[in-house]
Design a protein around this ligand. Structure first.
Ligand SMILES: NC(=O)c1ccc[n+]([C@@H]2O[C@H](COP(=O)([O-])OP(=O)(O)OC[C@H]3O[C@@H](n4cnc5c(N)ncnc54)[C@H](O)[C@@H]3O)[C@@H](O)[C@H]2O)c1
Length: 254
């Protein structure tokens, strides 16, 4: 237990279950004294989130593929909790055919959906948070990315393109929100076995490859990723702006 985030209210978007990177982030931030609010995609995911969090008041529905849903969620957050100090965006989705084989399997509709949910949604979240005057001065926004944005990882395909878009978008957001005292960054996490990863064809090969390339051959944990997230949400990171911070035990070096 520390007090790095004492007095901070952070919105965590993207906990599906206890394996989720967002849950690793939430757990570390809670240990550091943050007050946490969570969004969930739909009723089915609400159930598992409620089991983890135990307090329905702190859970708000938000499907990031809908502007109306984001706006409604942020109105509820503001009504219940007032303004907040940070948002963690740990959300991605691509249809199955976008995550296997040849990139030419990609379809116009699948590509659009992957980019909408996995890339555009971060911008939409920032846009409506600003519009609703939800963010305190010095607020911090962070998203989760993967090195498939810069390297051609087997089967990662369209999601790699979505992550490249997300990283570029994050830099433009950092530029334009910086003037309002809001900083924006991305955490590039190493491969972790979560629900999202199991959608990728041959995901166990991807996880093995990643583990073998970690400097000590031990995969990164969601708590280690959460440590970076807590730092980025804290006042220790006010000089870190528009950056992609790797938390992958050195996999991207090898
Ligand atoms: N697991 C990894 O190896 C890894 C590595 C690097 C980056 N990431 C990224 O971390 C983030 C979190 O993924 P995870 O691996 O923890 O998987 P996860 O399945 O636990 O989380 C993904 C979340 O996205 C949410 N989501 C999908 N579509 C949504 C929508 N329309 N509206 C609202 N929420 C929606 C799901 O409900 C789920 O909570 C993703 O951006 C992922 O790409 C994961």
């Amino acid at each position: 237990m520390g007090n790095l985030l004492e007095g901070k209210k952070i919105l965590v978007m993207g906990v599906a279950n206890r394996r989720s990177i967002a849950w690793g982030c939430a757990s570390v931030m809670q240990e550091q004294g943050a007050q946490l609010i969570y969004t969930y995609q739909n009723e089915r995911l609400k159930k598992s989130l409620l089991k983890l969090v135990g307090d329905e008041e702190r859970l708000v529905e938000c499907d990031v593929s809908s502007d109306e849903s984001i706006q409604a969620a942020f109105s509820i957050v503001k009504e219940r909790f007032g303004t907040i100090d940070g948002i963690v965006h740990a959300i991605a989705f691509a249809p199955k055919q976008e995550l296997e084989g040849n990139i030419l399997n990609s379809t116009r509709a699948g590509f659009a959906q992957a980019l909408d949910v996995s890339s555009y949604s971060f911008l939409a979240v920032a846009k409506f948070a600003v519009e609703k005057e939800l963010l305190n001065e010095n607020a911090s926004l962070a998203t989760l990315t993967y090195m498939g944005s810069t390297r051609a990882i087997p089967s990662y395909n369209t999601m790699g393109i979505a992550k490249a878009a997300l990283e570029a978008e994050m830099r433009y957001m950092a530029r334009d929100l910086g003037a309002q005292g809001i900083r924006v960054n991305a955490i590039s996490a190493g491969a972790v076995k979560t629900l999202a990863v199991t959608g990728i064809k041959d995901h166990s090969k991807l996880l093995d490859m990643s583990q073998n390339r970690a400097v000590d051959c031990v995969s990164v944990t969601t708590s280690q990723i959460g440590g970076m997230c807590a730092f980025l949400m804290s006042d220790l990171s006010t000089g870190v702006v528009g950056d992609v911070l790797y938390v992958d035990k050195g996999v991207h070096l090898i």
